[in-house]
Design a protein around this ligand. Structure first.
Ligand code: URA
Ligand code: ZN
Length: 384
């Protein structure tokens, strides 16, 4: 049998979620231009620039964001056999506390239903569904703004009872104070107890000032926030987790980092060096605990990296940092980064670039390439 190709980084906005965004007028929201032009998705704070007419803010949102048939066609076009779908950013982060639990259950049940519908056996009358050979699994969303961490932990436990769920997706804000917040301990504990993989994904980027303010957004669009803001956000978030001892307290935590860990593989040595020279840490004569394990150890035991980095140098850093190819997993970031020439039905440049980089990273080791393309995901996420 041909080897599986598994896309572990692929998003959906279920219709219920888009409808909820349509009812909003502050970020995140969906705006429908009165001209009848495509709806606009305004989710990044830099998108909501008052100097840009509202009909042009953010990005166009078409059926590829919510229609699972479009996702399945994309999978077939690119030879993807299995996708692990996840709600896209900003997930449920912005919800009022009293709405968070209901929305998490609703979205997660939607995702479960979508997967079950696609994975069902061929119709008994012999008609073969388009997606006969494709399967879907999902990462669930968490009600992080809920009034108590117990509600979040309960949803993590409930997700274990849904047969297509293979983990959870989460942003970097945690309960509002970042991922080094000790109030997150019950959530780390629930993830560890349920053996749930956490897919950590950026959304908030860096403050606009880091890129030159709104004029830079006007001039360069999404390039700086997406190319640099996203990866640095992930790097900072996971480094804060590490520095605060999360991986010392929760040895079995499994964290899948988006975009090959941002810049973590490249900067791991520098992070270690700065820790070794930080006087405030007990190991160096100070009075603050500091991390007990090394970044390299955590990278090789707790962290998985996706292969959504669009270049051989980044992939090689990821492979080196995680001790080989076994912790690296193919992804596409669909429906983001579509072709700009309207040819969505032809191979996407963003996907081709990732495939080419993976092929180039393993010129003499086809087994490793096959593992990164799918075997690792099947093993790590139990995609039977
Ligand atoms: N842009 C986003 O907002 N999210 C992604 O996941 C990718 C691009
Ligand atoms: Zn993504």
């Amino acid at each position: 049998m041909a080897h599986p190709i598994v896309d572990i980084h692929t998003h959906v906005y279920p219709q219920s979620y888009l409808d909820m965004l349509r009812a909003r007028t502050t970020v995140p929201y969906v705006h429908d231009p009165s001209s009848g032009a495509a709806s606009r998705l305004i989710i990044l704070s830099s998108d909501d620039n008052p100097s840009i007419p509202i009909d042009q803010r953010g990005r166009p949102v078409d059926s590829s964001y919510s229609d699972i048939g479009v996702k399945l066609a994309f999978m077939q076009l690119h030879g993807i056999t299995t996708s692990v779908i996840s709600l896209a950013n900003p997930w449920l982060d912005f919800l009022p506390p009293k709405e968070a639990q209901n929305w998490a259950q609703r979205i997660n049940d939607d995702l479960e239903r979508i997967c079950a519908g696609v994975n069902r056996p061929a119709d008994p009358d012999g008609t073969r569904p388009l997606h006969e050979k494709t399967t879907l699994f999902a990462f669930g969303a968490l009600p992080l703004s809920a009034p108590s961490s117990g509600i979040v932990a309960a949803e993590i436990a409930r997700l274990k009872t849904l047969s297509h769920m293979r983990g959870v997706i989460m942003g970097t804000s945690g309960l509002g104070k970042g991922l080094d917040d000790s109030a997150l301990d019950p959530i780390w504990a629930a993830l560890q107890k349920n053996d749930t993989v956490l897919f950590l994904h950026p959304h908030y980027g860096l403050p606009d000032a880091a890129f030159g303010g709104p004029e830079a957004t006007d001039r360069y669009g999404h390039v700086l926030p997406l190319a640099l803001g996203f990866p640095l956000e992930t790097t900072i978030a996971v480094t804060r987790m590490f520095l605060s001892g999360v991986f010392d307290r929760f040895h079995q935590l499994k964290v899948l980092l988006a975009h090959s860990g941002g810049t973590l593989p490249f900067l791991a040595g520098r992070i270690e060096s700065c820790i070794a020279h930080e006087r405030r840490f007990i190991a160096n004569g100070g009075d603050t605990q500091g991390p007990k394990r090394s970044v390299w150890d955590v990278l090789k035991t707790n962290i998985y990296l996706d292969a959504v980095v669009y270049g051989e140098a980044g992939l090689k850093a990821a492979i080196h940092a995680s001790g080989g190819p076994d912790r690296l997993l193919f992804g596409t970031d669909h429906p983001f980064f579509p072709p700009l020439n309207g040819k969505e039905n032809e191979e996407w440049l963003s996907v081709r670039t990732n495939y080419t980089s993976i092929e180039a990273a393993f010129p003499e080791n086809k087994d490793s390439m096959i593992a990164v393309l799918g075997g690792n995901a099947v093993r790590i996420l139990n995609l039977k």
